[in-house]
Each structure stands twice: as C-alpha cells, then as structure tokens.
Design a protein around this ligand. Structure first.
Ligand code: SAH
Length: 215
C-alpha cells in the first residue's frame, strides 16, 4: 500500500494527541477518503480536524468527534450496529469497517442518495439504509449490539434504548438542541436500566422528529 499523505498523517497524529488511542479506529479513519464526503468547495479542508457543511443544512462531523464516538462505542467485528443520521455517510463508512453490519437511517432523501453512491464507490457492502425518522429506531431489525446517534436529542429516545441489547452500548449527543449545551453520553443498557456516563461537550445539529416536507 502507498504511504499515507502528509495531511492524513497530520490528522491521525492530532486525533491521537486528543485521545483517540484505539488503533482499529485510527486505521478505519486512515482508510476512509474524507474528500469523497465533502462538497467540492471544501476539498482542501477534507483532512482538517473540523466539521464541514453538507447539503440540506447539515454537517459532516469533526474527525476527532467521529474518532472518540467510534472508540467509546467499543464495536466488535461480529456486531450489528444502528446509526441514526447518515448525513454524508462518513461516520457510516468508518463504522462499517469495524462491525458485521451497519443499519443507518436518514430523514433527508437527497443526503441518503449521495451517501449510497459513496458506499458503492468505496465497495462497502455491509450497510443497509433507509429513509425514516430515527427517533423510532428500526424495530424490524432490533435488537442492536450498538447504537450511535449523530444528531443531538433533548433526551435519550425511549425507542432507541428499548432496541439496544442488554449489555449493549449507545453513544448519543444529548442536550439543548440549539447547540449550546450538549454532551456526548455513553449509555450502557443493564438488566436493571440504563447506566449513563458523559464524556465530551459537543455541538451537533438537532435530531428532528418527523420527516421533511418532500418526504
Ligand atoms: N454522521 C453524519 C453526520 C450528519 S449530521 C456524517 O458523518 O456526515 C446529522 C444527520 O442527522 C443529518 O443528516 C440529519 O438530516 C439527520 N437527522 C436529524 N434528525 C433525524 C431523524 N429524526 N432521523 C434520521 N436522521 C435524522
């Protein structure tokens, strides 16, 4: 394999410095060409450690946040994972390399179509996606070993907690949906209920209930 480009090495070093230590997560980020997931206007910033705008007023998350969320999710290669908020598909592409199958839900049809084209181009074949309202999860495919939510919710959505296996982990930004006071939570489902740990202050676009007008 060709040696990674300097901008790729620079980003990986920054992620390490800021707490991403899981080598499987770092390798998945290294192998995922972020330039494929950003608009042409931002191509030169594709390997910078920052969130970038995508269509429909949404954003592709900052690589550090993708790294830390994926690390906290403790994904195993035999696991079935649910993602809410496909967006550009970048987080999906990173996760799909680490699990058996990824189910991902997006409410904007245009975004999902573009993401699907990127998955094909990268020959990622273990992603199943649908248009829908992620608040409700994906009942037909439940339960899941892991759930990741990439948009901020005011509370932990009850349907998602219910669709998580006992012993399973969910990573979700929760807090003020205006983006001011949000934290990433690592939620573990125990026999007796949910164990919640906060691990990072963040700023995500809101998890919106219901579907956009165009369908
Ligand atoms: N993981 C994405 C981040 C996208 S931003 C990436 O790597 O690019 C969050 C996404 O969540 C947006 O695309 C938004 O449309 C979507 N979203 C918001 N509320 C939703 C809901 N209720 N159901 C499904 N998707 C939702």
């Amino acid at each position: 394999m060709a040696a990674p480009e300097p901008r790729v090495i620079r980003l990986l070093m920054e992620l390490r410095r800021q707490g991403v230590s899981d080598t499987r997560v770092l390798a998945a980020i290294e192998r995922t060409p972020r330039e494929l997931f950003v608009a042409d206007l931002f191509l030169d910033q594709a390997w910078e450690n920052r969130a970038l705008p995508i269509d429909c007023g949404q954003t592709v998350s900052q690589p550090l946040v993708v790294g830390l969320m994926t690390q906290e999710l403790e994904v195993g290669e035999r696991m079935k994972v649910l993602e809410i908020g496909t967006g550009s598909g970048y987080q999906s592409a990173v996760l799909a390399q680490l699990c058996r199958r990824l189910y991902t839900i997006e409410r904007h049809r245009g975004l999902l179509k573009q993401a699907d084209e990127r998955f094909r181009q990268l020959r990622i074949h273990n992603i199943t996606h649908k248009i829908g309202d992620g608040w409700k999860g994906w009942r037909e495919q439940a339960p899941f070993d892991r759930i990741i939510v990439t948009a901020a919710a005011p509370v932990i959505p009850p349907d998602l907690a219910e669709q998580l296996k006992v012993g399973g982990i969910m990573v979700i930004p929760v807090g003020d949906v205006a983006g001011l006071d949000q934290e990433l939570l690592k939620v573990t489902r125990l026999e007796t209920g949910l164990q919640v740990r906060r691990f990072l202050p963040v700023r995500f676009v809101p998890l919106v209930q219901g579907m956009p007008p165009e369908g």
